[in-house]
Design a protein around this ligand. Structure first.
Ligand SMILES: [Ca+2]
Length: 270
């Protein structure tokens, strides 16, 4: 609990210019907490230091009806353990892909809050490394969808957490390899896929109905948060590309649909 208190209200630390692909205007990235630019336009959300929390958000909002986002991430150099169950996996707490309904000015709670807990009016996909009994976490790395800054799987998640563990090797997305994640939203349904081999799985790992009002037809700041607890990992978003399906223009008669806005704000081209 001490870690959460320390991490609340971390102020904006910097605004980084970022190159966008195929856009009329360049978007910027807004950095929070411990995050820092890494090599090849990656973003290191947390260093290998316990108690740190970091985030990075699109500096300008999008107004969308649907989207696809793909990102590559790694969780490496794990030290000690943030896990408070029996498993004691080494490393930090994990990271979250966040869609925030207000301009990002501060991180949420760190530690088991992943830098997301307490960020109201939002929806997130968590990639949780450490079992946290107060959040009703399973004893293994898992993904889940959280809303309104609530990370407890009893009161916050919109679907049961899904374990991402290789049964044979017991490895997961904390194995220091590059993992890919695909997050897609359309018509009130969110799908999440993860893979270690870079190939988008046909079947979603997690598919859930989510409140459309948290995503559609409003100003939305997408980004990432991450945190370390007692243990620590270097948590990096190596690349991030998105296709935003923008809110249609209102005109009479209705004009042709707008093409999705494609952009890559982090990392080298996919
Ligand atoms: Ca956790």
């Amino acid at each position: 609990m001490q870690i959460k208190a320390l991490s609340l209200g971390v102020a904006v630390s910097a605004v980084l210019a970022a190159v966008s692909c195929g856009n009329r205007e360049a978007a910027a990235l807004q950095r929070l907490g411990s995050s820092e630019a890494g090599p090849e336009r990656s973003m290191v959300l947390t260093p290998v230091k316990s108690g740190t929390a970091g985030g990075v958000f699109r500096g300008a909002p999008v107004e969308i009806v649907a989207f696809r986002s793909e990102f590559r991430f790694s969780i490496a150099d794990s030290r000690d353990s943030s896990d408070r169950c029996t498993g004691k996996r080494p490393g930090g707490e994990g990271l979250a892909f966040v869609l925030l309904g207000s301009a990002p000015t501060a991180l949420g709670a760190g530690g088991s809050g992943l830098g997301y807990q307490g960020l109201k009016d939002s929806i997130a996909v968590e990639f949780d490394l450490a079992c946290s009994p107060d959040n009703s976490d399973p004893e293994a790395p898992h993904i889940a969808i959280d809303i309104d800054g609530r990370v407890s799987h009893q009161d916050g998640a919109v679907a049961a957490p899904v374990l991402i563990v290789d049964e044979r090797t017991q490895t997961s997305f904390d194995d220091a390899a590059i993992w890919n994640a695909w997050i897609e939203y359309q018509d009130g349904v969110m799908e999440v896929r993860v893979a270690r081999d870079g190939k988008r799985p046909e079947q979603a790992n997690l598919r859930a109905k989510v409140p459309a009002k948290l995503v559609e037809s409003r100003k939305l700041w997408p980004g990432f948060t991450a945190a370390n607890g007692k243990g620590a990992s270097k948590q990096t978003v190596a690349a991030w590309q998105s296709e935003w399906v923008m809110v249609p223009r209102t005109s009479t008669p209705p004009g042709p649909p707008r093409p999705p806005r494609k952009e890559q704000l982090i990392g080298p081209a996919f």
